[in-house]
Design a protein around this ligand. Structure first.
Ligand SMILES: Nc1nc2c(ncn2[C@@H]2O[C@H](COP(=O)(O)OP(=O)(O)OP(=O)(O)O)[C@@H](O)[C@H]2O)c(=O)[nH]1
Length: 520
């Protein structure tokens, strides 16, 4: 079963009243603006929180990069200080048999006091171990290592940091940090080496608050990857110089932040990178999209979902309200039109109640009311009231000869002749009863009334309705005309007026019919 609302929608709502239409239009505009503002506010909150997340993420990656740079600087610095010390010692004490023993003890001493160092070595001009922190019996040759070749070929006195390699002595990943040893004349005399444990970097990188998808790494200026979190031995030593981070470093400067794609796994992350001030190293930390926006996605979905839900609920309520208003309006319109129709019907009924059904003239009731009203008025205004009473001659015979239906037609024609000769608007022609008619003429004197009566008589004669039983051969009427000046007793005056007119009418009858008789 359709609901009330549905049936209204089905019928198409009637247009609203002209006064209410602008009000409803403004209400609708106001509601639409309110909804738009709610959605805009929600969008603004979501957008702002996105910006805040981004700012926080940038700050986080920048702090991570700063921390990693400080850690790497510290590690290398310690190694560098140790190397300076060792090179200086070799230069002063040489590397002869006696010096070797003291050097070895010194290296052991230095290694003991330093965390994160796998070993300290002094190599001769061929790469053979002169002394190491690993003990008197330890021996080896590192002549084939890249850093050894580098120092042999370059007269560079500053520290050299090499790509990570697997230690020959421990089998662990180490970073070789080394310096060239020269004789007084500048000829190559060997290399001092500190092997830094890659583990100590791993600990620092693991302490970062990064998810599975986050990453951090450091690389040499030439793009050689030194370490990357999460640790994967397969990528150590890989060249990432063509990656976004190294490219940004070359193109934009020593520090930077932005979304970049990793060379190693192809994932896009928000990276901050930083080049170490003192060493040819770059560190970088990257947060994945999930790291940055994990709970923001939910928050945004909740805010937008709640907003759209509230807007939908409000729209539903607003539509209900509009339908209620439209329904009320429709009921009001229907009531108004029903009221108007009722009034019209009442007026029609009233008119019908005062009219004679056969002739269309006023009926007896209307005549009686008008007579009462007019005699009172005439009494007040000191005026006359005249009355014509008329009756169809030999009408019984007419009916008998021509039938009742023809009789009705005849009465209708006579009523037409009466109405045609009653000219003033205040005059009232009525069917008094049966074949008897009356014409009430307020304000008319006897002459005027006689004149109208004669005109009516002639009008009926002129109808020329055949009436075989009448002496004239056509339908005629007899009339009596009376006039009074009403006094205090209206009721008696009315009776007198009717009786006089009626008596004069019957005088016309008895005098041969088809005539008008007035008072003598
Ligand atoms: N067809 C028709 N006849 C009517 C109507 N009202 C009254 N009559 C008839 O009118 C006739 C009146 O007859 P009477 O009162 O005898 O008068 P008359 O025959 O006209 O004779 P006089 O008045 O003496 O000339 C009656 O036969 C009524 O039935 C009507 O509405 N229609």
């Amino acid at each position: 079963m359709p609901t009330q609302d549905q049936s209204i929608i089905g019928q198409r709502l009637q247009p609203l009243g002209s006064k209410k239409r602008p009000v409803l239009a403004w209400m609708s505009i106001g509601f639409a603006v309110l909804c738009a503002l709610m959605i805009l506010a929600a969008a603004w909150i979501v957008f702002s929180s996105h910006e805040v997340r981004m700012r926080e993420a940038r700050l986080t990656t920048q702090n991570m990069a700063r921390m990693l740079a400080a850690q790497a600087t510290m590690e290398i610095k310690i190694a560098d200080v140790l190397l300076e010390n060792i090179v200086e010692r070799v230069r002063h004490e040489g590397s002869g048999e006696a010096a070797r023993e003291r050097l070895r003890a010194h290296l052991e001493q230095l290694a003991k006091g330093s965390d994160g160092i796998s070993g300290l070595f002094v190599l001769d001009q061929d790469g053979a171990w002169v002394a190491s922190s690993l003990g008197a019996s330890a021996s080896g040759n590192n002549g084939e290592r890249d850093y050894f070749s580098f120092h042999k070929e370059h007269k560079q006195s500053t520290v050299h940091i090499g790509a990570p390699l697997l230690s020959k002595s421990t089998g662990h990943w180490v970073i070789p940090v080394s310096r060239r040893i020269e004789l007084a004349d500048g000829t190559f005399a060997g290399v001092a080496l500190v092997a830094l444990q890659l583990d100590s970097f791993e600990r620092a990188y693991d302490s970062l608050n990064l998810s599975e998808a986050g990453t951090a790494f450091f690389a040499l200026n030439d793009g050689t990857l030194m370490y990357r979190r999460p640790f994967d031995a397969g990528v150590i030593g890989m060249n990432v110089s063509s990656g976004d981070v190294l490219t940004a470093y070359r193109e934009k400067g020593p520090t930077g932040t932005g979304f970049m794609t990793a060379k190693v796994d192809g994932l896009e992350r928000l990276y901050s990178y930083r080049h170490l001030d003192q060493y040819p190293l770059i560190v970088a930390a990257g947060l994945s999209h999930e790291d940055i926006f994990a709970d923001w996605d939910w928050l945004a979905a909740e805010i937008l979902g709640a907003t759209f839900g509230a807007v939908a609920a409000l729209a539903w309520l607003f539509r209900k309200l509009m339908l209620q208003i439209a329904l009320r309006e429709q009921i009001e319109i229907a009531l108004r039109s029903t009221g108007a129709e009722l009034e019209k019907a009442n007026a029609g009924l009233q008119a019908m109640a005062m009219k004679d059904g056969l002739t269309g003239l006023a009926n007896r009731r209307a005549f009686d009311e008008a007579l009462d009203h007019e005699t009172r008025r005439a009494q007040r205004d000191h005026k006359l009231v005249s009355l014509i009473m008329l009756d169809v001659d030999f009408f019984k015979k007419f009916n008998d000869n021509y039938g009742h239906q023809a009789g009705d037609e005849c009465l209708r024609a006579i009523a037409g002749a009466i109405a045609a000769n009653v000219g003033r608007s205040e005059d009232l022609a009525a069917r008094y009863g049966g074949e008897e008619f009356a014409v009430l003429m307020p304000g008319a004197d006897i002459e005027g009334a006689l004149h109208v009566a004669e005109a009516i008589r002639q009008g009926v004669t002129a109808l020329n309705i055949s009436h075989a039983a009448s002496a004239t051969g056509t339908v005629t009427i007899s009339l009596g005309v009376a006039t009074i000046a009403p006094g205090q007793d209206h009721s008696a005056d009315q009776q007198i007026l009717i009786q006089q007119a009626d008596a004069l009418l019957y005088q016309s009858k008895s005098n041969g019919r088809n005539r008008v008789t007035g008072p003598t």
